[in-house]
Write a protein that binds this ligand. Structure first.
Ligand code: ACO
Length: 150
């Protein structure tokens, strides 16, 4: 598997990006302001992440996804580690990430990669998404904010 920056003349893998964020308009906005990286295997895109600078020395991992047949094989963790190395090499001191209260696997992944919880954005998903989101039998209402210092 090779992880590389998406070239400016390439189409971003929207089908994959909307797995992480069902709002295509928010995804388009992140892509416009951030940097998109893709993981490839046999010339096929199997994973993606987007880094978005938010404040001086702070970058947010706004979108990370792995194609469904290849989930739970360690690729997501490799993408998070690659994202942290990329951000560090560019001089960022803090990486932030936000995920739903119902995103149990994602909360596990980020904490296994060293992120700590820093806050809750209450009702974020109720306010900003037209459709109700359910995962693991739990309604996704709040965004759990996590951060890691380098
Ligand atoms: N309980 C405990 N640990 C768990 C659980 C769980 N329910 N689910 C996952 N994990 C752990 C795994 O055991 C693994 O830890 P380990 O390496 O110590 O064994 C770790 O989480 C990561 O597992 P990976 O196999 O690397 O994860 P994967 O390749 O499936 O990628 C991802 C994770 C990107 C979340 C993938 O499942 C995906 O694309 N999901 C759909 C899109 C999505 O939800 N993206 C994130 C949205 S939030 C955002 O983008 C900021």
């Amino acid at each position: 598997m090779n992880i590389r920056k998406l070239h400016t003349d390439e189409h971003p893998p929207i089908d994959l990006l909307v797995l992480a964020d069902p709002s295509e308009s928010l995804v388009e906005e992140y892509l416009h302001r951030g940097e998109c990286f893709v993981a490839e295997s046999d010339q096929k895109i199997i994973g993606v992440y987007v880094l978005l600078p938010t404040r001086p020395e702070t970058v947010e991992l706004v979108n990370i996804a792995v194609i469904e047949p290849m989930q739970n094989q360690g690729i997501g963790k490799r993408l998070v580690i690659h994202a942290m190395q990329t951000a560090k090499s560019r001089g960022f001191k803090t990486m932030e990430v936000g995920t739903g209260n119902s995103s149990i696997g994602q909360l596990a992944l980020y904490q296994k990669c060293g992120f700590r919880m820093t806050g809750i954005d209450s009702n974020f998903f109720v306010k900003h998404y037209a459709e109700e989101i359910f995962e693991n039998g739990i309604q996704c209402r709040d965004m759990v904010r996590l951060a890691k210092e380098f």
